[in-house]
Design a protein around this ligand. Sequence first.
Ligand SMILES: CCCC/C=C/CC(=O)SCCNC(=O)CCNC(=O)[C@H](O)C(C)(C)COP(=O)(O)OP(=O)(O)OC[C@H]1O[C@@H](n2cnc3c(N)ncnc32)[C@H](O)[C@@H]1OP(=O)(O)O
Length: 392
Amino acid sequence: MAPLAWRLAQRWCPSSLQVISFPVLQLHLNRTAMRASQKDFENAMNQVKLLKKDPGNEVKLKLYALYKQATEGPCNMPKPGVFDLINKAKWGAWNALGSLPKETARQNYVDLVSSLSSSLESSSQVEPGTDRKSTGYETLMVTSEDGITKIMLNRPTKKNALNVEMYHEIMHALKAASKDDSAITVLTGNGDYYSSGNDLTNFTDIPPGGVEEKAKNGAILLREFVGCFIDFPKPLIAVVNGPAVGISVTLLGLFDAVYASDRATFHTPFSHLGQSPEGCSSYTFPKIMSPAKATEMLVFGKKLTAGEACAQGLVTEVFPDSTFQKEVWTRLKAFAKLPPNAMRISKEIIRNREKEKLHAVNAEECSVLQGRWLSDECMNAVVSFLSRKSKL
Ligand SMILES: CCCC/C=C/CC(=O)SCCNC(=O)CCNC(=O)[C@H](O)C(C)(C)COP(=O)(O)OP(=O)(O)OC[C@H]1O[C@@H](n2cnc3c(N)ncnc32)[C@H](O)[C@@H]1OP(=O)(O)O
């Protein structure tokens, strides 16, 4: 039994070990496990020196900590004094890795460097004023053309489920789009789904601090992620090409327009998953569609068709799937020709007085979810999905 699978089993379904298909869960976990060789590690160390942009102090601390853990094991330095700020930060980062095995630290170091190389290269490829295609992302396709930056979720074989890397890449792409010369930004999905929501395997990679630390990190990530949507300064449009689940639905309340194919459905099965609403939907949905209709979706998990979502104000307009892409993109190209500063300022005046409230709602939702992720209701639902026992 792999230690992670064992920990999951013990914590997630303490009283019903016999009903979980461990071989299936373990197979799933093993499939995602990778090992970096010493050579990969050395290559990554060389790559760090070649980075064209400073990745920032937080990332440098992570790199330092992973390097030390990979080469020396758990932190063996005495804690520096209060005024030794730099060494204290380094010590803190290393010490936080606890007893993380050397091989895992080596793998994490290699992964982090590889994600840095791609994301920093992609932003440095951006030439203002020229159309471009960013190939630096692992989980997205980002293009900028005709005044439109298109961020396409690109894990079609996983129904565009949002894994941790995708959360980070979307934040990166949104930050880049907020500064580029496009007039509007579009989020859409590749393949038959818009997105199946949070990737439930995000719950399997348990850090040394256990599930509590995992839940805390998840809440921090979610808060930052949703914050990027709240603060996005240009018109942000969702082109919902197919079914949308979970967080990909709740976020729609923060978009400026939502165009949907008539194949799309909108499903927020939070109670089924032992979870609670996020993406500011506990505030935006009752305002958009009335508290009772929001309750049907967010509490009872009622799945809406595109037509129903449009009637309730969550979707701006629905198009037949056969003409969806053509009609929507023609319309978006016309919008993108409007004066960008006027659009920005008009968005600001529509949205700004709500911003503070939205950030407060976001913080509260993340804190409630952090607790839900530790509940048996949630853990059982995730184990059940991973062991192929249930789907929505
Ligand atoms: C840190 C921030 C956290 C924010 C929290 C957000 C809350 C949410 O978003 S809650 C919503 C979570 N999503 C789900 O519960 C959906 C789970 N998926 C399904 O029920 C089904 O996959 C589906 C109904 C979406 C599609 O069913 P279908 O039969 O058409 O396709 P599958 O064979 O099931 O899927 C293909 C492939 O994709 C994998 N997959 C799909 N969705 C997810 C997901 N959300 N997480 C992880 N993996 C997903 C699925 O396992 C299949 O993978 P394999 O081909 O490897 O078996």
